[in-house]
Design a protein around this ligand. Sequence first.
Ligand code: IMP
Ligand code: MG
Length: 179
Amino acid sequence: MQRVTLKDKTFVPYITADKIAESVRLMAQKINTDLASDMPLFLVVLNGSFMFAADLLKEVTIPCEISFIKLASYHGTSSTGTVTEMIGLTEEIKGRTIVVVEDIVDTGVTLEKLMTLLIKKEVKQVKVASFLLKPEAYTKAMVVDYVGMEIPNEFVVGYGLDYDGLGRNMKEIYVLEKK
Ligand code: IMP
Ligand code: MG
């Protein structure tokens, strides 16, 4: 692993592909045990989660379904401000166990909005599987049920995560170089 430059920023190696694989395996094992009889629907939140989701779901061996969504926000015409919308969901999810698959939970704002949308659809329960969590930045009370790794409040790229659209394809995780 070498330093990488993406646009105006330089990143240094942070989490190796082996470490990533190990924590993904451990998470899948927990999910296999916990949700064996729930027939969960994994909802993969694009774009960032594509790589993590592919690795995780190869190790998930229980009966399940997988679907992909995107979140879009737009400014509503009323005073409610930014409205978040879920795009791409075609499955009926009422009464089901949903596992939200996220690349990273930072402040938790995105996750909270998604949760609100799912709860409105009368799901049975929502579990959250995030590869990364930044506990120092997290401001919400929701439990993140499955966490691959906790990291400090620093900006990372790779393994699906981007800086201004770049870096998603790297199989290791890099952190912004300290000046
Ligand atoms: P939130 O603050 O939990 O709502 O996170 C919002 C989004 O910010 C995440 O889904 C990521 O797309 C992005 N994000 C947060 N931290 C990082 C990071 O360290 N690298 C790349 N993207 C990040
Ligand atoms: Mg994301």
